[in-house]
Design a protein around this ligand. Structure first.
Ligand code: 5GP
Length: 201
């Protein structure tokens, strides 16, 4: 059995990456979502072990010391990190693993797994992004302004990604993501051994 592929997804807040991934995971049963660890507080509606593995700062620092994390970063004052074992076990089992992480973590993962696929989700426009952030109604105008500023900075890194998906219409963005996964599965470097197996028949 061939190993799975590793797909890293980044997007500024409000670009819809959670919804896109939720739908893509429902549509493709071979995708495995890597649940990150974080020291940030749980938000309403989140579940420990599903949204994140919620840990205290001390517990998180112990995970770092024990080498349990593939990568980690401090983002707006909280730790976020990818548990190593779950990712490598799933890849070995042939699952295609999806990481939803910010740009610094994505760059670190690329260093560790040069063959991983980097996907960046873009908003159709900044005006639309602003409208969506207001619609969520969870943040003050000041915080929204900050998020838009951060989004502009994050977008500068989109040039390092392999694929750019614009989330103008959710269904299309989900289709685009699934198409990227499908194409990557056919990439020669991800199909090692297939020609040899055929010739050995
Ligand atoms: P939030 O607090 O909104 O859930 O996440 C904040 C940011 O942290 C998002 O950009 C999210 O993708 C990123 N993030 C979540 N998990 C990880 C992780 O394991 N590693 C890194 N580097 N970033 C993460």
């Amino acid at each position: 059995m061939s190993k799975g592929i590793l797909i890293v997804v980044s997007a500024p807040a409000g670009c819809g990456k959670d919804t896109i991934l939720e739908q893509a995971l429902k549509a493709n049963g071979n995708l495995y979502y890597s649940v990150s660890a974080t020291s940030r507080a749980m938000r309403p509606g989140e579940t420990d072990g599903v949204s994140y593995h919620f840990r205290t700062r001390e517990q998180f620092e112990q995970m770092i010391a024990d080498g349990e994390l593939l990568e980690y970063t401090e983002y707006v004052g909280n730790y976020y990190g990818t548990p190593k074992k779950a990712v490598t076990d799933m890849l070995d089992a042939g699952k295609d693993v999806v990481l939803k992480i910010e740009i610094e973590g994505a760059a670190n993962v690329r260093r560790i797994f040069p063959d991983c696929t980097l996907v960046f989700i873009l908003p159709p426009s900044f005006a639309e992004l602003e409208r969506r952030l207001h619609k969520r109604g969870t943040e003050t105008d000041d915080v929204i302004k900050q998020r838009l500023e951060t989004a502009r900075k994050e977008l500068e890194f989109a040039g390092n990604y392999d694929y750019l998906i614009t989330n103008a219409a959710l269904e299309d963005a989900v289709d685009d993501f699934l198409a990227v996964v499908r194409a990557e599965k056919c990439r020669r470097s991800n199909r090692e051994g297939v020609i040899g197996e055929l010739l050995a028949e």
